[in-house]
Structure formats: structure tokens, C-alpha cells
Design a protein around this ligand. Sequence first.
Ligand SMILES: Cc1cc2nc3c(=O)[nH]c(=O)nc-3n(C[C@H](O)[C@H](O)[C@H](O)COP(=O)(O)O)c2cc1C
Length: 185
Amino acid sequence: MEYNSESEKMFRNLVETRESCRDYSDKVVSREDLVDIVNTGRLAPSACNSQPWKLIIVDGETAKRVPEHLQSPARPINHFSNNVSSFIVVCETRAVLMKGATCDSQYYAQMDIGIVAAHLVLVAASKGISTCIMGAIQETGIKQILNVPDDVKVRLVLAVGYARTDDLHTKSRKCFEEIVGINKF
Ligand SMILES: Cc1cc2nc3c(=O)[nH]c(=O)nc-3n(C[C@H](O)[C@H](O)[C@H](O)COP(=O)(O)O)c2cc1C
């Protein structure tokens, strides 16, 4: 693949190598790095620039209380989070949209949450820090730990840490033709 610039090469490499990590080492991500990830990730675009999110950095003793709310007997996933020492909790707050921008067929805030989460994981990857986006969560428990107000939704929890190994898994994706249309569906 020919790249037009060094920045294209770096960014594409980041997109191609970012993956969900479910095996973390004991090395702890510093508060400074967590703040840096959030501070850059929050530059993500959002409908009407409404930024309908609150990004909560969770580390130290507080982080130890989170994993039990990321797993349940009904959903046997996210056990790996027991070994994660920091999280970024992505909450959805009320979006204030410009008059005329609302459409019945659209729900922008949840799209905005996905976009900011994508920015966060890519910024982390650029720093050599691994992540896993988790949507299968028990919201009530997380809200209690973090004092999240009733009218705010916890949408995603990002595990943030250092991968135990540098090995990358093979990306599994639908084939190009199935998900890309050119001039038609
Ligand atoms: C909205 C969303 C929710 C997700 N929830 C979980 C989750 O609860 N647990 C988990 O292990 N992975 C979760 N993932 C990660 C996906 O499984 C993963 O992104 C997908 O399989 C592609 O793999 P990759 O991220 O390694 O490229 C979630 C991803 C997204 C975008």
C-alpha cells in the first residue's frame, strides 16, 4: 500500500492495529495518560456540537468496584475486566440541539457516544494503551459507584490498560461487498 503522507501511514496503521484487548498486564495506566486520552478524545464531532457526554475516568480503588457490574450470570462475558485497573465510563447526557436540527428518524446522542468512544480508543492506541469497549453492563451498579444522576445514561465502559502481549488477533470482518455499496444498496 502506497501512502500519501506520514500521517496517513500512521493513522491507517492505528486503525488496522487497534483491537479489543481482553488480556491485560498488571502495569497501571497513569492518571496523566487517562486525562490525556479523554482530553483528546473529547474533540470528537457530535450533532450540533452538543457533546452529549460525560466521560468519567475511573482508576485506583474506585476501579476495583467496577468489574462486578460488567458481568452477570445471564451474560457470561467481560470476566477479563477483573484484571483491569482503569476504565473510562461514557455517559450520555441531554443533547441540546439547534432548532430545526432534530429529525424524528434520528437519535443523535447515541451516535455521538459511539463516535467519542471510537476517538477515545484510537487516541489510547496511539499511546500504546489497549482498550475494550463494553456495552454489556449493569448500569444501576455503575451509576451508584460513580454517583451518576438519574437522568444520565451510562452507555459504555471502556477497559483501559496495557496488553499482556504484543500479539494481534486476526480481524474478523464481513466481506467488503456485503457492507459497501457503490451507487446502490
Ligand atoms: C458498542 C460496543 C459494545 C461492545 N460491548 C462489548 C462487551 O460488552 N464485551 C466485550 O468483550 N466486547 C465488547 N465490544 C467489542 C466488540 O466485540 C469488538 O469491537 C468487535 O468484536 C471487533 O473486534 P475488535 O475491536 O478487536 O476489532 C463492544 C464493541 C462495541 C462497539
